[in-house]
Design a protein around this ligand. Structure first.
Ligand code: SF4
Ligand code: SF4
Length: 244
């Protein structure tokens, strides 16, 4: 078949990020000369062309509701030419070309309870894996641990006290599907599963449960004449994969 006759691929990946970039960033992409750190949470980038742009980094609660998103985007409309960017650690970044708008922007976000920081030698916003939302393994809700830890560390997010930037993560099981950082806090179950033999044959997909165990610690068994399961507690690593 000639190339011209072939069906073009359907591009279903992430969209081209350039279309969402602030025009100053787009114009100077790859042409930045240096940057300075005027204050915690604020970066100033200067391009070869002489253009400069200020980035204001704002910590959020990560799981954002529509009302918070409207607030944050309205601030982007008012102070940052309508541009906003979410970072992998759930910060919001605003890009400001007019230096006189930096402090009013900070005032506006702080008035709503958000925090500005996470740059240079601070403790960056903590990230977590998302077990409680979509995964069936979690030993706990990693985001709850993030919330309680960031309540303690909020001062370090806003300051420059660390020897270098510190990235902390929490994960809700040892698989640690998305928690890459300098300090990783992994939370996991501590006990092997207990089998309710009266219920198993009614509610449990036994072959699936057995197949999920990474160390073959759980296996089919007949108990009181009924199909059930048994656990070799010496082998069990308490991963939680069979709990659902
Ligand atoms: S860390 Fe484990 S439990 Fe949490 S989302 Fe990832 S795989 Fe699931
Ligand atoms: S908790 Fe994990 S290791 Fe233990 S029996 Fe269940 S799947 Fe196997």
């Amino acid at each position: 078949m000639a190339m011209a006759d072939m069906r073009p691929p359907i591009e279903s990946g992430c969209p081209d990020g350039f279309q969402y970039m602030h025009p100053t960033m787009r114009r100077n992409f790859g042409l930045w000369k240096y940057h300075t750190d005027p204050k915690p949470g604020v970066l100033r980038h200067v391009a070869e062309s002489g253009e400069e742009i200020f980035t204001v980094k704002v910590g959020t609660q990560r799981i954002l509701d529509i009302f918070s998103l409207r607030e944050l985007t309205s601030i982007g409309d008012e102070f940052a030419d309508g541009y906003i960017r979410f970072t992998i650690r759930s910060n919001v970044e605003y890009y400001v070309t007019d230096e006189s708008k930096v402090d009013p922007l900070i005032e506006a976000v702080e008035k709503l309870g958000y925090v500005v920081g996470g740059t240079k030698n601070s403790v960056a916003a903590m990230s977590h894996t998302q077990g409680w939302l979509h995964c069936d393994i979690p030993g706990t809700d990693a985001s709850g641990v993030v919330k309680s830890m960031m309540d303690e560390l909020i001062g370090e997010f806003k300051a420059w006290n660390m020897p270098n930037r510190v990235h902390i993560t929490t994960s809700c099981c040892q698989i640690n599907c998305g928690g890459q950082g300098d300090i990783a806090i992994n939370i996991q179950h501590t006990k092997p599963p207990k089998i309710d033999h009266a219920q198993v044959s009614n509610v449990c997909e036994r072959p699936s449960v057995v197949a999920r165990c990474p160390v073959a610690a759980i296996r089919p068994a007949m108990v009181d004449g009924k199909p059930s399961l048994e656990v070799d507690e010496k082998k069990c690593i308490c991963c939680g994969a069979c709990y659902p």
